[in-house]
Design a protein around this ligand. Structure first.
Ligand code: FE
Length: 133
């Protein structure tokens, strides 16, 4: 795995949109990312460092145009930080391993958690479950 803290390496490897979202806390436009309407079984990894962040098992159709999950894939993969930018108090979700910006967490998700992890497709790299039908 390449060093995810190396900005030059990331700029070379990521698209401009991926870099803007992950490293400059950007947000992709709704309904434009590659995963908001993606339904295959597998794991969504951090596009920067490869850490497993979300599973298709917790993905749901939020209608927002961003991939949405009711929980992270592992207990420690996603770090949540209070974000007061843009005149709002929100919870930012970042990759605990490399600090990549992922999106935000909102308290209006479905059971069992009631949370909605609203994540940019640009922060993710999907890996299909080879055992899925
Ligand atoms: Fe990462």
């Amino acid at each position: 795995m390449t060093d995810p803290s190396d900005a030059n390496e990331l700029r070379a490897r990521l698209t401009a949109e991926q870099y803007r979202v992950c490293r400059e806390k950007g947000t992709e436009r709704a309904f434009t990312g590659r995963y908001w309407n993606h339904h295959e079984a597998g794991v969504y990894r951090c596009v920067c460092c490869g850490a497993p962040l979300f599973s298709s098992r917790t993905k749901f159709d939020s209608g927002t145009g961003w991939p949405s999950f009711h929980a992270p894939a592992t207990a420690n993969g996603v770090r949540e930080i209070e974000d007061t930018s843009h005149g709002m108090v929100r919870t930012e979700a970042v990759c605990r391993s490399c600090g990549a910006h992922l999106g935000h967490v909102f308290p209006d998700g479905p059971p069992p958690t009631g949370l909605r992890y609203c994540i940019n497709s640009a922060s993710l790299e999907f890996e299909r479950d080879p055992d899925a039908a």
